[in-house]
Design a protein around this ligand. Structure first.
Ligand SMILES: Cc1cc2nc3c(=O)[nH]c(=O)nc-3n(C[C@H](O)[C@H](O)[C@H](O)COP(=O)(O)O)c2cc1C
Length: 208
């Protein structure tokens, strides 16, 4: 691939048991970021990728509030929403994005906008790999603080914060985080979550 991660730093491609695309296997969630800004055109491409996600009835119930380190006050505001364990490393990320779902009723009941938002973020983090960027999503933030500090109105819910940047050296991390950074990535086997025909009926060849 021409434009994907080209870095002397850590890569942790998935140890996939069946072939998958490099853009999927190369995505992972590091905590070390290079001290290098993300170009505006790359940021635009990330949001453009999110824009073209599928969504229920094409409602596109996603919003993103981002801040870069070039605007320290805005960046610090998003850092302030994070739980301490996340803030420690994520404050070094050149870009922080708050992913927000719009809540609405569809077909007479509350729609699951989180699904659609997840589709959009899935596109964003995959596009990031293609652009040589790394991403780390976080649920560890205070929703009400995000609401207040970023002026997010009623009817919208902040769901995740995403740290984005170029990969950095694990040596810049606290030893505990460095250990996590270097740990292998693990996943459940397919037969624990893919069933054929009926619940808990493992697809016979899933782990072959
Ligand atoms: C919705 C969501 C919330 C997450 N929250 C946090 C978090 O608060 N802090 C953190 O360090 N990582 C967080 N992660 C990252 C996961 O821990 C990580 O994706 C998982 O361990 C798999 O590792 P990988 O992304 O490197 O494959 C989150 C990921 C997702 C998708």
């Amino acid at each position: 691939m021409s434009n994907t991660i080209d870095t002397p730093f850590l890569r942790k491609p998935a140890t996939a048991e069946h072939p998958i695309h490099e853009l999927i296997s190369e995505r992972w969630s590091p905590r070390a970021f290079a001290n290098r800004p993300v170009e505006a055109e790359k940021l635009h491409s990330l949001f453009e990728a999110a824009r073209w996600a599928a969504s229920t009835a094409n409602f596109q119930p996603w919003n993103f509030v981002f801040a870069t380190r070039e605007h320290p006050e805005e960046h610090a505001r998003i850092v302030e929403t994070l739980l301490e364990n996340n803030a420690k490393w994520a404050q070094e990320a050149p870009v922080l994005v708050v992913a927000v779902a719009k809540l609405y009723d569809f077909a007479g009941r509350e729609h699951n906008s989180l699904y659609d938002l997840g589709m959009a973020v899935g596109n964003l983090v995959t596009q990031a790999v293609h652009l040589g960027l790394v991403t780390h999503q976080m649920g560890g933030f205070v929703v009400d603080k995000a609401r207040e500090l970023l002026n997010i109105p009623e009817g919208y819910v902040p769901v995740a914060v995403i740290a984005i940047g170029y990969p950095g050296s694990p040596d810049t991390l606290h030893p505990v985080l460095r250990e996590r950074e270097l740990a292998p990535r693990a996943r459940k086997p397919l037969n624990e979550f893919v069933f054929e025909g009926s619940w808990q009926q493992a697809a016979p060849d899933a782990n072959a």
